[in-house]
Each structure stands twice: as C-alpha cells, then as structure tokens.
Design a binder for this molecule. Structure first.
Ligand code: PLP
Length: 415
C-alpha cells in the first residue's frame, strides 16, 4: 500500500488516492478531536504586510496535532489487531497523542521513551493511561526495546510519520483550512507527516496554494534532502524546537514533500524564541518551539508573505515552564526591555538614591541592584553600581543613558 502510494503521489491519481484517505480520516476522527480555531492576527498581519491567520493546534486535545494521526491509525486497524495493543516510541507529542487515542478506544498502549525524556512529558503520557517504559539514551535505542516487545506480543507499532494512515490523519488539519482560502500555508517539519498530509489535503483541490515547510537549523534533514533531491540523514544538534529534531525522515514523506511542498526554510533558536515570546505577549497563545517555527519564518521574512493570505500552523503548545521562563527572560534582554546597566559613580552618600530616581524617571521597574566597592576594577574613591530593570520599550533605556551622561556618570549596558 505504502509503496503504491509513494510512487502514485507523483501522479495526479496518487494524490487523489491520498486525498480520499484524508477525507475518510476526517470522518473517522471527527468525533474524537477538536476542530481548532483559525485566528486572524492583526498584529502579525501588520508586521508581515499580509493577511495572517494562526491555526491554533496548540488548543487540540493533548496540546498538539498528533491525536489526529493517532486516532486515524487506531481506527483504521481491525478490532482484533487493536486488541494486541499498540506501541509507540517517542519522547514528546506523539507519545501523548497515541496514549490519549488508545485510552479513548479502550486499547492498551506501551510507550517507550528515552531515559532523557523530560519528566513533564513522562508524567503527561502516564496520565493518559499508557504503560511508559524508559529505555536507552536516544530514540534509536528505545526503538530496539520496542522491537523486542513487538516480537514477543505482536502489538501494533504506531510510527510518528512513516505511515499513510498517520499522514492521512494529520491531513485532516489541511481540510480545516480550505474555507480560509490561503495563498500560502507554513508548516513545521520533523519527519514530515504533518506537512505531507496538509499538502495533499490542499493541493488535491487547489494546485495554486503554496505549501512551505520550516525546519530548525539544528535539524535540517528534510531541507537537505529536498535540496539534494534524495533522502538524507542529518544528525540533529540541540534546539528549543524539540518536536522537530529528526535525524531520518522517511522515503514516504520525502517523496510527498519533494513533489508537493514548494520550499523548505530554516529558522534558528533566537528566531523561534522571539516568535514564542510574541505569540504569548501579543496573541495570548502558548506555542512550543516547533509550533512557533512557522511564525518565526514569516516574521524574519524567510517566507514571503506580503499581500497574501497566509496560514501559520501553530502545531503544538507543550513546553516545559522552565524553558518557557528562560525564553521569555532571554527575549526581554535581547530586545532591551530588561537591561543591566553598569555605572561608575563617586563613592559618596546619596548617589545610589540618585541613580534609582533616574531609573524611576524613565519608568524603569528595578529588578536587582548590586553595589560593588571592592573588586579590582573599581577606581579609588568610586563605586560600581549594577542596576537591572525593566522598561516599556528600549527607547527609555536610551533616555536613561543620555541622562547619566549629562550628569557625568560613566555607564554602559551589559549584554
Ligand atoms: C509540535 C510539533 N510540531 C511539528 C512536528 C513535526 O511533525 P512531523 O514529524 O509530522 O513533521 C511535531 C512532531 O513531533 C511536533 O510535535
């Protein structure tokens, strides 16, 4: 079936076959999942000079699109096969999607996670009723354990992307975009299941729509494969977009992407962090790194949006709060809404008060003050003051530095 579809997607008959699978998947999964909102964003439309919509799949059950594929897969296998139970290998959203769908359908699920999986993901997956086994340092080691269990029990392996039923399930998201009539749809790529399904769902009926994939520059396997025209493996490095770190995309998803996806672009962690921050602050939308990657590609101009109707697929919102806190703090520093200013002032009574009153004049909210009289760089008769504070915009910092200069106080912003 898969080989047939893979070859066939290159022809219009193959695309039609996949489209029909997606339509069938929609019938199957509709009772179990949300049709998530498609939100017009004035802010992001203005900043990209486009009409920009956000497909809010972070509001999907389990916090990501993964339940679409998981339900479709489980519902497309016979009851007798399902009774053997299902297995998935994942440290992230796929684990939660499979565990959730399995419980809803009364199927036993075993999820193998690497020992390094975040505790929050482990607990969430267990909370959805799965039997969770921690095995190996990396996913490919966990995979070996899964194989062992499969050989013993005959359970069904639910692959995160290398499976037409998974791709068809993810494609149901594409059908929900039809009425928005987008010119461009921007989608994150890990193994390529999500974008393959969306591309087939939309291009089968409108070949003019552009489908653009986004990968993390820490894991560009599909970008490299598409550029070279052949499937390539690329070892991922660290990224905050953990959902899209994939070493080996599949031949199946690669051939769909090669034929139906117009371009694949890369974004780095700073760009992703800024998109996460803006989604949270402006749109009140909590996106994980992978989910924010499409907006990052649009805001940086890597995907041209001007004058077009664009959908950015916010594919998930499962992010550790410690990581989220770190992202917010880092972006506030980078855009100079939180700054640390170092000042050399005479060691005389009243100077600290004066400095703090200047900070207050520019509406600075003090976070931290350090007063240093003894380190080697302090000149005799002087003291060093470090003030960390928050301001409404970076313009206020400029005003403070001018004021300090006018008062003869040597100062500089620390990065
Ligand atoms: C939030 C999120 N977005 C995007 C993706 C990429 O999906 P795919 O592997 O189907 O390309 C994933 C994969 O786990 C994900 O968790």
């Amino acid at each position: 079936m898969r080989a047939g579809l893979t070859e066939a997607v290159e022809s219009s008959a193959g695309l039609e076959e996949l489209y029909q699978k997606i339509v069938k998947a929609k019938e199957r999964v509709t009772p179990y999942i949300h049709e998530t909102p498609i939100d017009y964003s004035k802010t992001f439309s203005d900043s990209t000079e486009s009409q920009l919509y956000l497909k809010l799949e972070n509001l999907q059950k389990t916090g990501s699109f993964k339940v679409r594929g998981a339900f479709n897969k489980l519902l497309s296998i016979s009851e007798s096969l399902r009774s053997r139970g299902v297995i998935a290998v994942s440290a992230g959203n796929h684990a939660q999607g499979v565990a959730f769908a399995a419980r809803a359908l009364g199927v036993h699920s075993t999820i193998i996670m690497p020992e390094t999986a975040p505790v929050s993901k482990y607990l969430a997956t267990k909370g959805y009723g799965a039997e969770v086994l921690l095995y190996g340092k990396y996913i490919h080691e966990s995979m070996k354990k899964a194989q062992e269990i499969l050989n013993k029990t005959g359970a069904i392996l639910v692959h995160p992307y290398d499976d037409p039923d998974i791709v068809a399930g993810q494609g149901t998201l594409g059908l929900e975009l039809v009425e928005t009539r987008p010119d461009v749809v921007v989608v994150p790529i890990g193994g390529g299941g999500l974008i393959s399904g969306i591309a087939a769902a939309l291009k089968a009926r409108n070949s003019g729509v552009k489908i653009i994939g986004v990968q993390s520059s820490a894991s560009p396997s599909m970008k490299v494969s598409k550029d070279l025209g052949t499937l390539m493996e690329v070892e991922p490095s660290f990224s905050i977009a953990d959902g899209i770190l994939v070493k080996s995309p599949s031949q199946f998803t690669f051939s769909i992407i090669r034929d139906l996806v117009d371009d694949v672009v890369l974004v780095d962690d700073e760009e992703i962090a800024e998109a996460m921050f803006l989604l949270l602050e402006r749109n009140k939308t909590l996106a994980e790194g992978a989910g924010a990657a499409p907006l990052a590609a649009l805001l940086t101009g890597k995907v041209k949006a001007k004058g077009r109707r664009v959908v950015a697929v916010i594919s998930g919102g499962n992010v550790d709060l410690t990581l989220l806190g770190n992202v917010v703090e880092k972006v506030l520093h980078r855009i100079r809404r939180v700054v640390r200013v170092k000042m050399h002032v005479p060691d005389k009574p009243g100077y600290l008060n004066r400095i703090l009153s200047y900070v207050a004049e520019v509406r600075g909210n003090v976070i931290d003050v350090v007063h240093d009289r003894i380190s080697a760089e302090v000149r005799p008769g002087f003291t060093l003051i470090y003030v960390t504070f928050e301001v409404p915009t970076s313009e206020y910092v400029r005003q403070l530095l001018s004021k300090l200069m006018a008062e003869g106080i040597e100062s500089r912003i620390l990065d």
